[in-house]
Design a protein around this ligand. Structure first.
Ligand code: NAP
Ligand code: MN
Length: 266
Protein backbone atom coordinates (compact mmCIF):
# COMPACT_ATOMS: atom_id res chain seq x y z
CA UNK A 1 0.00 0.00 0.00
CA UNK A 2 3.07 2.23 -0.31
CA UNK A 3 1.37 4.41 -2.91
CA UNK A 4 -1.69 5.06 -0.76
CA UNK A 5 -1.06 7.07 2.40
CA UNK A 6 -4.00 9.42 2.84
CA UNK A 7 -6.76 7.95 4.90
CA UNK A 8 -10.23 9.27 5.64
CA UNK A 9 -12.55 7.68 8.20
CA UNK A 10 -16.30 7.62 7.72
CA UNK A 11 -17.94 6.33 10.86
CA UNK A 12 -21.33 5.51 12.23
CA UNK A 13 -22.01 8.00 14.99
CA UNK A 14 -23.05 5.71 17.82
CA UNK A 15 -21.07 5.74 21.11
CA UNK A 16 -19.72 2.21 20.64
CA UNK A 17 -18.19 3.04 17.25
CA UNK A 18 -16.91 6.49 18.21
CA UNK A 19 -15.14 5.06 21.26
CA UNK A 20 -12.90 3.04 18.97
CA UNK A 21 -12.20 5.72 16.40
CA UNK A 22 -9.19 7.31 18.11
CA UNK A 23 -7.58 3.91 18.61
CA UNK A 24 -7.98 3.14 14.90
CA UNK A 25 -6.54 6.50 13.86
CA UNK A 26 -3.54 6.03 16.21
CA UNK A 27 -2.91 2.61 14.73
CA UNK A 28 -2.94 3.99 11.19
CA UNK A 29 -0.60 6.86 12.15
CA UNK A 30 1.79 4.34 13.70
CA UNK A 31 2.08 2.73 10.25
CA UNK A 32 2.69 6.07 8.56
CA UNK A 33 -0.70 6.89 7.19
CA UNK A 34 -1.95 10.49 7.20
CA UNK A 35 -5.40 10.91 8.68
CA UNK A 36 -7.45 13.53 6.84
CA UNK A 37 -10.44 15.52 8.06
CA UNK A 38 -12.08 15.53 4.65
CA UNK A 39 -12.18 12.89 1.90
CA UNK A 40 -11.02 15.26 -0.88
CA UNK A 41 -7.36 14.27 -0.91
CA UNK A 42 -7.85 10.76 0.45
CA UNK A 43 -6.87 7.63 -1.42
CA UNK A 44 -8.10 5.23 1.25
CA UNK A 45 -11.58 5.60 2.71
CA UNK A 46 -12.33 3.54 5.78
CA UNK A 47 -15.89 2.97 6.90
CA UNK A 48 -16.52 1.95 10.51
CA UNK A 49 -19.96 0.50 11.28
CA UNK A 50 -22.04 -2.00 9.33
CA UNK A 51 -22.82 -2.64 5.66
CA UNK A 52 -25.23 0.28 5.80
CA UNK A 53 -22.38 2.53 6.94
CA UNK A 54 -20.19 1.29 4.08
CA UNK A 55 -22.95 2.17 1.58
CA UNK A 56 -23.15 5.66 3.07
CA UNK A 57 -19.35 6.05 3.09
CA UNK A 58 -19.27 5.29 -0.63
CA UNK A 59 -22.22 7.58 -1.40
CA UNK A 60 -21.12 10.52 0.74
CA UNK A 61 -17.64 10.45 -0.78
CA UNK A 62 -18.98 10.28 -4.33
CA UNK A 63 -18.20 6.71 -5.52
CA UNK A 64 -14.51 7.52 -5.87
CA UNK A 65 -12.58 5.36 -8.31
CA UNK A 66 -9.23 6.76 -7.21
CA UNK A 67 -9.81 5.50 -3.66
CA UNK A 68 -9.59 2.15 -2.02
CA UNK A 69 -12.53 1.53 0.31
CA UNK A 70 -12.27 -0.63 3.43
CA UNK A 71 -15.07 -1.63 5.79
CA UNK A 72 -14.41 -2.19 9.48
CA UNK A 73 -17.31 -3.82 11.26
CA UNK A 74 -18.37 -2.51 14.64
CA UNK A 75 -21.36 -4.82 14.78
CA UNK A 76 -19.47 -7.75 16.29
CA UNK A 77 -19.29 -9.81 13.11
CA UNK A 78 -17.91 -9.53 9.62
CA UNK A 79 -20.41 -8.69 6.89
CA UNK A 80 -20.61 -8.40 3.11
CA UNK A 81 -18.80 -5.06 2.84
CA UNK A 82 -16.89 -5.19 6.14
CA UNK A 83 -13.74 -7.25 5.74
CA UNK A 84 -12.19 -6.24 9.06
CA UNK A 85 -13.45 -6.52 12.58
CA UNK A 86 -12.88 -3.75 15.10
CA UNK A 87 -10.97 -5.98 17.52
CA UNK A 88 -8.82 -7.72 14.89
CA UNK A 89 -5.99 -5.21 14.60
CA UNK A 90 -3.58 -7.89 13.41
CA UNK A 91 -5.48 -8.22 10.15
CA UNK A 92 -5.50 -4.45 9.65
CA UNK A 93 -1.76 -4.23 10.32
CA UNK A 94 -1.13 -7.02 7.81
CA UNK A 95 -3.08 -5.14 5.16
CA UNK A 96 -1.34 -1.83 5.98
CA UNK A 97 2.11 -3.42 5.79
CA UNK A 98 1.51 -5.28 2.55
CA UNK A 99 3.70 -3.98 -0.28
CA UNK A 100 1.21 -4.92 -2.90
CA UNK A 101 -2.38 -5.69 -2.21
CA UNK A 102 -4.90 -7.42 -4.34
CA UNK A 103 -7.92 -5.37 -5.25
CA UNK A 104 -11.49 -6.43 -5.65
CA UNK A 105 -13.79 -4.48 -7.94
CA UNK A 106 -17.51 -4.16 -7.29
CA UNK A 107 -19.76 -3.13 -10.18
CA UNK A 108 -22.20 -0.24 -9.64
CA UNK A 109 -25.43 0.79 -11.33
CA UNK A 110 -26.11 4.15 -12.93
CA UNK A 111 -29.67 5.46 -12.88
CA UNK A 112 -30.96 8.42 -14.82
CA UNK A 113 -34.39 9.88 -14.06
CA UNK A 114 -36.32 11.91 -16.67
CA UNK A 115 -33.09 12.35 -18.63
CA UNK A 116 -31.89 14.77 -15.93
CA UNK A 117 -30.87 13.51 -12.50
CA UNK A 118 -28.26 10.80 -12.57
CA UNK A 119 -26.86 8.79 -9.68
CA UNK A 120 -25.02 5.59 -8.74
CA UNK A 121 -25.98 2.63 -6.57
CA UNK A 122 -23.77 0.00 -4.99
CA UNK A 123 -26.56 -2.26 -3.67
CA UNK A 124 -29.69 -1.51 -5.63
CA UNK A 125 -32.14 0.95 -7.05
CA UNK A 126 -35.67 0.44 -5.81
CA UNK A 127 -38.84 1.89 -7.22
CA UNK A 128 -42.06 1.55 -5.26
CA UNK A 129 -45.56 2.89 -5.51
CA UNK A 130 -46.26 6.02 -3.52
CA UNK A 131 -50.00 5.38 -3.51
CA UNK A 132 -52.28 2.48 -2.62
CA UNK A 133 -53.26 1.65 -6.23
CA UNK A 134 -51.14 -0.71 -8.31
CA UNK A 135 -48.16 0.77 -9.98
CA UNK A 136 -47.90 0.35 -13.75
CA UNK A 137 -44.49 0.35 -15.40
CA UNK A 138 -43.61 -0.37 -19.01
CA UNK A 139 -40.34 -2.26 -19.04
CA UNK A 140 -38.01 -1.95 -22.03
CA UNK A 141 -34.78 -3.85 -22.61
CA UNK A 142 -32.56 -2.11 -25.17
CA UNK A 143 -35.57 -0.08 -26.35
CA UNK A 144 -37.66 -3.17 -27.01
CA UNK A 145 -40.88 -3.41 -25.02
CA UNK A 146 -40.52 -6.43 -22.74
CA UNK A 147 -43.48 -6.37 -20.35
CA UNK A 148 -46.00 -4.17 -18.59
CA UNK A 149 -45.60 -4.50 -14.87
CA UNK A 150 -48.41 -4.02 -12.36
CA UNK A 151 -47.75 -4.29 -8.67
CA UNK A 152 -45.83 -2.65 -5.87
CA UNK A 153 -42.61 -1.87 -7.70
CA UNK A 154 -39.32 -3.13 -9.04
CA UNK A 155 -35.81 -3.59 -7.78
CA UNK A 156 -32.60 -3.47 -9.78
CA UNK A 157 -29.64 -4.92 -7.92
CA UNK A 158 -25.90 -5.06 -8.46
CA UNK A 159 -24.06 -8.34 -7.82
CA UNK A 160 -22.94 -7.23 -4.32
CA UNK A 161 -26.45 -5.94 -3.66
CA UNK A 162 -27.82 -9.35 -4.61
CA UNK A 163 -27.44 -10.55 -1.01
CA UNK A 164 -29.45 -7.61 0.35
CA UNK A 165 -33.02 -6.49 -0.56
CA UNK A 166 -32.80 -8.55 -3.76
CA UNK A 167 -32.39 -11.75 -1.75
CA UNK A 168 -35.46 -10.97 0.37
CA UNK A 169 -37.61 -10.97 -2.79
CA UNK A 170 -36.19 -14.31 -3.95
CA UNK A 171 -33.60 -12.95 -6.34
CA UNK A 172 -30.45 -14.92 -7.03
CA UNK A 173 -27.14 -14.31 -5.34
CA UNK A 174 -24.74 -13.20 -8.08
CA UNK A 175 -20.96 -13.41 -8.19
CA UNK A 176 -19.54 -9.84 -8.31
CA UNK A 177 -17.05 -11.06 -10.91
CA UNK A 178 -20.00 -11.01 -13.33
CA UNK A 179 -20.69 -7.44 -14.47
CA UNK A 180 -24.49 -7.50 -14.63
CA UNK A 181 -27.72 -6.19 -13.16
CA UNK A 182 -30.61 -8.17 -11.73
CA UNK A 183 -34.23 -7.09 -12.09
CA UNK A 184 -36.79 -8.31 -9.55
CA UNK A 185 -40.47 -7.69 -9.08
CA UNK A 186 -42.18 -6.50 -5.92
CA UNK A 187 -45.57 -8.23 -5.69
CA UNK A 188 -46.58 -8.31 -9.35
CA UNK A 189 -50.19 -8.81 -10.30
CA UNK A 190 -50.40 -11.88 -12.52
CA UNK A 191 -53.66 -13.13 -13.99
CA UNK A 192 -55.36 -13.56 -17.37
CA UNK A 193 -55.27 -9.82 -17.97
CA UNK A 194 -51.91 -8.87 -16.61
CA UNK A 195 -48.77 -10.86 -17.18
CA UNK A 196 -45.14 -10.33 -16.30
CA UNK A 197 -42.21 -12.71 -16.35
CA UNK A 198 -42.69 -13.39 -12.64
CA UNK A 199 -39.12 -14.38 -11.95
CA UNK A 200 -36.03 -12.26 -11.50
CA UNK A 201 -33.87 -11.85 -14.58
CA UNK A 202 -30.25 -10.94 -15.03
CA UNK A 203 -29.09 -8.55 -17.74
CA UNK A 204 -25.63 -8.28 -19.18
CA UNK A 205 -23.82 -5.09 -18.32
CA UNK A 206 -23.99 -4.17 -22.01
CA UNK A 207 -27.75 -3.81 -21.95
CA UNK A 208 -29.88 -0.88 -20.97
CA UNK A 209 -33.09 -1.13 -19.04
CA UNK A 210 -35.75 1.51 -19.29
CA UNK A 211 -38.71 1.84 -16.94
CA UNK A 212 -41.55 4.06 -18.10
CA UNK A 213 -43.94 4.92 -15.31
CA UNK A 214 -47.47 4.95 -16.69
CA UNK A 215 -48.87 8.31 -15.62
CA UNK A 216 -51.84 7.18 -13.61
CA UNK A 217 -51.76 9.46 -10.57
CA UNK A 218 -48.69 7.53 -9.62
CA UNK A 219 -45.94 9.77 -10.81
CA UNK A 220 -44.45 10.36 -7.36
CA UNK A 221 -43.06 6.93 -6.48
CA UNK A 222 -40.70 6.12 -3.64
CA UNK A 223 -37.26 5.64 -5.08
CA UNK A 224 -34.32 4.29 -3.15
CA UNK A 225 -30.67 4.40 -4.03
CA UNK A 226 -29.16 1.91 -1.59
CA UNK A 227 -30.13 3.25 1.81
CA UNK A 228 -31.06 6.72 0.72
CA UNK A 229 -34.41 7.96 -0.56
CA UNK A 230 -34.61 10.01 -3.69
CA UNK A 231 -37.41 12.50 -3.94
CA UNK A 232 -38.44 13.48 -7.47
CA UNK A 233 -41.93 14.44 -8.60
CA UNK A 234 -43.39 13.54 -11.99
CA UNK A 235 -41.18 10.53 -12.57
CA UNK A 236 -41.77 9.33 -16.08
CA UNK A 237 -38.68 7.75 -17.48
CA UNK A 238 -35.91 5.86 -15.70
CA UNK A 239 -32.84 4.55 -17.52
CA UNK A 240 -30.75 1.95 -15.71
CA UNK A 241 -27.57 0.18 -16.62
CA UNK A 242 -24.25 -0.92 -15.27
CA UNK A 243 -22.09 2.15 -14.75
CA UNK A 244 -18.50 2.45 -15.82
CA UNK A 245 -17.54 2.95 -12.17
CA UNK A 246 -16.31 0.20 -9.87
CA UNK A 247 -15.76 0.36 -6.14
CA UNK A 248 -12.37 -0.99 -5.15
CA UNK A 249 -11.83 -2.85 -1.90
CA UNK A 250 -8.95 -4.77 -0.38
CA UNK A 251 -8.92 -8.44 -1.26
CA UNK A 252 -7.98 -10.58 1.72
CA UNK A 253 -7.18 -14.24 2.15
CA UNK A 254 -10.07 -16.55 3.01
CA UNK A 255 -12.54 -13.83 2.26
CA UNK A 256 -13.87 -14.42 -1.21
CA UNK A 257 -17.42 -13.42 -2.04
CA UNK A 258 -18.64 -17.01 -1.65
CA UNK A 259 -16.89 -17.41 1.69
CA UNK A 260 -18.73 -14.28 2.80
CA UNK A 261 -22.03 -15.66 1.55
CA UNK A 262 -21.43 -18.89 3.44
CA UNK A 263 -20.41 -17.03 6.59
CA UNK A 264 -23.46 -14.75 6.44
CA UNK A 265 -26.20 -17.11 5.38
CA UNK A 266 -25.28 -20.76 5.94
P1 NAP B 1 -30.91 -1.73 7.29
O1 NAP B 1 -32.37 -1.67 7.37
O2 NAP B 1 -30.11 -1.71 8.53
O3 NAP B 1 -30.44 -2.94 6.35
C1 NAP B 1 -30.99 -4.17 6.39
C2 NAP B 1 -29.92 -5.23 6.51
O4 NAP B 1 -29.26 -5.42 5.26
C3 NAP B 1 -28.82 -4.88 7.52
O5 NAP B 1 -28.60 -6.03 8.29
C4 NAP B 1 -27.63 -4.58 6.64
O6 NAP B 1 -26.40 -4.87 7.26
C5 NAP B 1 -27.87 -5.53 5.50
N1 NAP B 1 -27.17 -5.27 4.24
C6 NAP B 1 -26.89 -4.09 3.63
N2 NAP B 1 -26.25 -4.32 2.46
C7 NAP B 1 -26.12 -5.67 2.34
C8 NAP B 1 -25.56 -6.51 1.36
N3 NAP B 1 -25.02 -6.02 0.24
N4 NAP B 1 -25.62 -7.86 1.55
C9 NAP B 1 -26.19 -8.38 2.65
N5 NAP B 1 -26.74 -7.63 3.62
C10 NAP B 1 -26.72 -6.28 3.45
O7 NAP B 1 -30.43 -0.54 6.33
P2 NAP B 1 -28.95 -0.31 5.87
O8 NAP B 1 -27.98 -0.97 6.79
O9 NAP B 1 -28.82 1.12 5.62
O10 NAP B 1 -28.85 -1.10 4.48
C11 NAP B 1 -29.52 -0.67 3.34
C12 NAP B 1 -29.96 -1.85 2.57
O11 NAP B 1 -30.99 -2.54 3.24
C13 NAP B 1 -30.58 -1.49 1.24
O12 NAP B 1 -29.59 -1.20 0.28
C14 NAP B 1 -31.37 -2.74 0.94
O13 NAP B 1 -30.58 -3.68 0.23
C15 NAP B 1 -31.65 -3.33 2.29
N6 NAP B 1 -33.10 -3.39 2.49
C16 NAP B 1 -33.67 -4.62 2.59
C17 NAP B 1 -35.03 -4.75 2.69
C18 NAP B 1 -35.61 -6.13 2.76
O14 NAP B 1 -34.83 -7.08 2.81
N7 NAP B 1 -36.92 -6.27 2.75
C19 NAP B 1 -35.86 -3.64 2.70
C20 NAP B 1 -35.26 -2.38 2.61
C21 NAP B 1 -33.85 -2.28 2.50
P3 NAP B 1 -25.79 -3.99 8.46
O15 NAP B 1 -26.63 -4.32 9.66
O16 NAP B 1 -24.39 -4.47 8.57
O17 NAP B 1 -25.90 -2.54 8.09
MN1 MN C 1 -27.72 -1.17 8.81
Amino acid sequence: MADRRNMYFYTRSDQETLQHLNGLKDLARKYNFNILDSPDKANIIVSVGGDGTFLQAVRKTGFREDCLYAGISSTGSLSMYCDFQLDDQQKMIQAMLAEEIEIRRYPTIEVKVNDQTSFYCLNEFSLRSGIIKTFVIDVFIDDIHFETFRGDGMLIATPTGSTAYNKSVNGSVVDPMLPCIQVSELASLNNNRYRTLGSSFILSGQRSLSLQVVQDGNDYPTMGMDNEALSIQHVQDIQIGLSGKVIKTVKLKDNSFWEKVKRTFL
